[in-house]
Design a protein around this ligand. Structure first.
Ligand SMILES: Cc1ncc(COP(=O)(O)O)c(C=O)c1O
Length: 421
């Protein structure tokens, strides 16, 4: 099938929800993708943070083949051998006690919100006053279903669908005074992304996160962290909150968990989990044997890659900083590990850079209008970073003709630097 005929068919057959780039991808291997014309692309987006091991990873392929031939689905009415094994590995790396498996990020987030409400109702620690308010953050993104939208702090996603779930307040990002002002005994949870992803790769400040932890802890409310984009190795640690020394009551994960198969999870403590009972929550597909077997394999591979993510991520960030020193249109470089961003001074410029890179067959994307987002697979090497930096340099130089050589920074120099916060 040609690209033109796929576009024509989609135009009349699908809901018009996506504004796709006009490329038809046919195969992938490692850090590269190939389109229907045989062009090769360097993938620095990994399906928005999903293909963390790159494409067609041999260990994932082998697990998929083996498990697809044995058992794909049984429903959650019965046992299979992989849910407990996967939960064991996830609880070990997160420091939490229990898991619930579902199919996507937004579904994990919905379940986390339900857990917060049922925990507050069960504990009833607030006398006769209701305890069901949720505090979320401005600029956040938690998904497209109704509860997730209700806690997403961006009007452009929420407004077309109001009225949404009531009881949600929005706190200004990283504003400790606003958090103190809005928190009271009626709040059952503070929820946030440890690093805002769609909102432009913005790490929560240590002061803000610590305050959120202290307020929730001392009021029997919950701290819920959305690590759907920033978790599972993306920052060089298993979870981004591990950079802060703060432990949440609930964490949600998804994107890379099953290396491209749909799988999300809620991780929580025994204390919180005790408020859930059979029948209160569930899913038909979530946590099936195929997705769970692949996720176990993903976690095995991830353990070998964490240091690499920190090192190559540090190298990448340092190169982006050098570009910033050279191009005045770059406002800021942000992020940790291989979750990085470069904010430009105009949305048109950011759009132009994404399309220039696409012409050079490099995939990145733009979020929050002015922010270039980089979520490459964890297996990239310095030479892939160099290629992207050269392409960015030349795309940005077409506006500002003064040429300067981007200075090389060695991996040894990067190791000496502190992990960026
Ligand atoms: C932080 C965060 N939370 C939730 C979601 C929603 O995940 P999904 O698209 O799998 O429903 C996303 C998706 O980009 C995300 O980045």
């Amino acid at each position: 099938m040609s690209l033109a005929s796929v576009i024509r068919s989609e135009e009349i057959l699908l809901l018009p929800t996506y504004d796709r780039h006009k490329i038809l991808f046919e195969k992938g291997r490692g850090v590269y993708l190939w389109d229907s014309r045989g062009n090769r692309y360097l993938d620095f987006l990994s399906g928005i943070g999903v293909n963390a091991l790159g494409h067609a990873h041999p260990a994932i392929q082998a697990t998929l083949k083996r498990q697809a031939g044995r058992l794909i689905h049984v429903s959650n009415l019965f046992f299979h051998e992989y849910q407990a094994e996967l939960a064991k590995r996830l609880t070990k790396i997160s420091g939490l006690d229990r898991a619930f498996f579902c199919n996507s990020g937004t579904e994990a987030w919905e379940g986390a919100l339900k857990l917060a409400r049922i925990y507050a109702r069960t504990r009833n620690t607030n006398g006769h006053k209701p305890k069901w308010r949720i505090l979320a953050l401005d600029n956040s993104f938690h998904g497209r279903t109704v509860g997730s939208l209700a806690t997403t702090g961006q009007a452009k996603y929420r407004d077309p669908f109001v009225p949404l779930m009531p009881g949600v307040g929005f706190v200004r990002f990283n504003d400790v005074e606003d958090l103190k002002h809005q928190f009271d005994a009626g709040v059952c949870a503070i929820c946030l992304e440890t690093i805002q992803g769609e909102g432009g790769i913005r790490p929560v400040s240590p002061e803000f996160l610590q305050l959120a932890r202290n307020l929730t802890e001392s009021n029997d409310a919950l701290l819920i962290l959305d690590e759907i984009q920033c978790g599972l190795g993306r920052t060089g640690r298993h979870f981004a909150y591990q950079h802060y020394g703060v432990k949440p009551d609930i964490v949600t994960i998804a994107k890379p968990l099953a290396a491209g198969l749909p799988l999300g999870a809620i991780l929580t403590t025994n204390r919180v989990a005790a408020s859930m009972h059979p029948g209160m929550h569930g899913t038909t597909f979530g946590g099936g044997p195929l997705a769970c077997a692949v996720a176990i394999e993903f976690l095995r591979e991830l353990n070998k890659l964490l240091d690499h993510v920190s090192e190559v991520g540090g190298y990448f960030r340092a190169q982006l900083e050098l570009l910033k020193a050279k191009h005045s249109c770059i406002r800021e470089v942000r992020g940790m590990g291989l979750m990085l961003a470069m904010e430009l001074d105009s949305s048109d410029k950011a759009k132009a850079v994404v399309s220039t890179l696409l012409k050079k067959r490099i995939l990145i994307n733009r979020t929050h209008e002015t922010v270039l987002r980089f979520l490459p697979p964890y297996i990239i090497e310095e030479n892939h970073v160099d290629e992207v930096i050269r392409a960015l340099d030349s795309a940005l130089t077409s506006d500002a003709p003064k040429q300067q050589r981007v200075q090389a920074v060695t991996r040894a120099q990067i190791r000496k630097r502190k992990e960026p916060q």
